[in-house]
Design a binder for this molecule. Structure first.
Ligand code: SF4
Length: 332
């Protein structure tokens, strides 16, 4: 039996000091890490408990943005009046994720770092997986691909990122605040998660010993007009086949500005920059929204088991945009 050590960090600097040991892992809510530990996928030698750190505040910033502490629970963020008023899509994304019990435990930092739910990754007894055991192969390439990626995948891994929250944050231009042995730094959310390329075992750009301390959202007044659409195999407690976070700045029937990000389609939250460019400055029409849906999945490379996702994603983009535009008083 492998020994495991446990420490409760007093403050952020203490947490970083404790995490210098190779094999140490931070633990917040533990809703993903403990599952992976029990199944032998994660093998921490030391757990550094950061759940009691003073990092759970949700506070308005002087510029009109918002700072969300990394230890804020998913429930606290989803129900925050500031989030619901200013960044509706984030609240909706969180409420579409997991269960009440899990949302009460899961933290913002842990949500960003959760690992793929690829069937083969989570089954160490019977499968080959480059993400779990680098160089061992990828059983998904010839296996069941219903939940796998259609964008940005590699020959080494076609997994998707499971977070709903991260998709909304990608659409909202969020920035991840990190603190580690070499000091503090900030990473745009869209650059925080990696594509698999040759190293699918590395999910994010976080460096050894770095702790997520907060996520900041820039001011975005039109994010009040936003929506999260999640398409899944059952109505609750299921990961997205495809999801869309959309925010639209509508003026006199034209799209002044727009944000679109997709979930369930790639190894990271997928910002649909081409679709956004196509929409900006254009008068709303059904034909325009359909073209935006096509642009959102430009370059898709589906597999036999997930080819349906291409059209599903196109339609989900259209539906999410229609929903926001109608709520804003426009006519798609
Ligand atoms: Fe592993 Fe990625 Fe292949 Fe799934 S898709 S089996 S996570 S390498």
């Amino acid at each position: 039996m492998q020994s495991i050590f446990y420490d409760r960090a007093r403050d952020v600097n203490h947490a970083i000091e404790l995490a210098r040991e190779p094999g140490a892992k931070f633990i917040g809510g533990g809703t993903n890490l403990l599952d992976l530990y029990k199944s032998g996928i994660e093998k921490p030698v030391r757990l550094v408990d950061v759940s009691r750190l003073a990092l759970s505040r949700i506070e308005a910033l002087p510029d009109g943005g918002l700072r969300i502490g990394a230890m804020a629970t998913n429930t606290a963020v989803a129900t925050s009046p500031l989030v619901r008023q200013r960044y509706r899509v984030l609240s909706e994304a969180l409420l579409n994720g997991a269960t009440t019990q899990l949302r009460n435990m899961a933290t913002v930092g842990g949500n960003l770092l959760q690992r793929t739910r690829c069937y083969y990754f989570t089954d160490p007894a019977f499968s080959h997986c480059n993400k779990r055991d680098p160089g061992s192969g990828c059983d998904a390439l010839d296996g069941h691909q219903r939940i796998h990626a259609i964008l940005g995948a590699s020959e080494h891994c076609i997994a998707t990122h499971p977070s709903d929250m991260a998709v909304a944050l990608a659409a909202l231009d969020a920035v991840v605040l990190l603190q580690g042995p070499d000091g503090e730094r900030q990473v745009p959310l869209v650059d925080f998660h990696r594509l698999p390329e040759d190293h699918p075992e590395i999910d994010t750009v976080i460096r050894p010993g770095e702790l997520i301390t907060a996520v900041e959202l820039p001011p975005m007044p039109f994010a009040r007009n936003s929506h999260y659409l999640k398409v899944r195999d059952r109505a609750s407690y299921a990961f997205a086949l495809v999801s869309v976070a959309a925010a639209v700045d509508l003026e006199h029937g034209s799209i002044r500005d727009v944000r679109i990000a997709l979930g369930g389609v790639a190894h990271k939250p997928w910002r649909a920059a081409e679709a956004e460019t196509l929409l900006r400055g254009q008068a709303v029409s059904s034909e325009l929204l359909a073209r935006a849906g096509e642009a959102a999945v430009n370059g898709a490379r589906p597999y036999p088991g997930n080819a349906f996702k291409v059209q599903l994603a196109q339609r989900a983009v259209v539906r999410a945009l229609q929903t926001v535009i109608r709520k804003s008083g426009g006519q798609p």
